[in-house]
Design a protein around this ligand. Sequence first.
Ligand SMILES: *[C@@H]1O[C@H](CO)[C@@H](O)[C@H](O)[C@H]1NC(C)=O
Ligand SMILES: *[C@@H]1O[C@H](CO)[C@@H](O)[C@H](O)[C@H]1NC(C)=O
Ligand SMILES: *[C@@H]1O[C@H](CO)[C@@H](O)[C@H](O)[C@H]1NC(C)=O
Ligand SMILES: *[C@@H]1O[C@H](CO)[C@@H](O)[C@H](O)[C@H]1NC(C)=O
Length: 188
Amino acid sequence: MEKLTIFFMLYLIAIGGAMDTPKDPQSVQNWFATILPNSVEKVTKLHFFFHDIATGKNATAFNVAQINSSLQPPYFGLVRVADDALRVASTPESKIIGRAQGIYATASLEETAFLMTFNLVFTDGEYNGSTLSLHGYNPSAHKFREMAIVGGSGVFRLARGIATARTVWFNLTTLYFVMEYHVVVLHY
Ligand SMILES: *[C@@H]1O[C@H](CO)[C@@H](O)[C@H](O)[C@H]1NC(C)=O
Ligand SMILES: *[C@@H]1O[C@H](CO)[C@@H](O)[C@H](O)[C@H]1NC(C)=O
Ligand SMILES: *[C@@H]1O[C@H](CO)[C@@H](O)[C@H](O)[C@H]1NC(C)=O
Ligand SMILES: *[C@@H]1O[C@H](CO)[C@@H](O)[C@H](O)[C@H]1NC(C)=O
């Protein structure tokens, strides 16, 4: 590598982490045509805690629809839109590394099970500005739930992968739920 290139790369690292991936159509086509064919698929593992708060002044998830005014188990027909914090730990004050922005809806007549459709929008470190698209089946009373990563952007272009979730703690008074997520993705 030429000295100038090395200097430029060091400069980019020095000015604070991730370079924003160019998103204009020409850059994306260039990436597809020249970078992708010379790339090997990478495996990235992520670990974070998904904090969902559905009441109170710190709420980040809001009911937008429900089937009727008196929901009873399995709570079929509730729809919430959320902009939930993704944190490094299960504690409320732990560092935020991204947001889960999307919709969850109870969609099973048999048990409490959510249809999850979320953008995981990372805001820290090397993944800052990159996203993963999460879509899946989340029967919340099960110990482990497995959901699909169906795509991504930025660092995670063409991602596919698997998210596993388990509930760490919840408070039914404050409707504060914390789930631990392990995500493994293939991307270029
Ligand atoms: C809201 O969050 C702040 C900061 O984390 C915390 O001190 C406060 O207790 C929370 N309020 C409620 C109602 O949970
Ligand atoms: C509300 O929906 C639940 C779940 O389907 C049902 O069990 C209940 O009877 C409904 N209540 C009313 C008032 O329609
Ligand atoms: C993430 O990227 C945004 C936009 O480029 C920038 O303003 C912000 O400071 C970055 N955050 C971190 C923690 O690097
Ligand atoms: C739930 O939160 C409320 C309000 O902060 C608190 O009084 C209660 O002890 C909590 N319950 C549990 C089981 O932690």
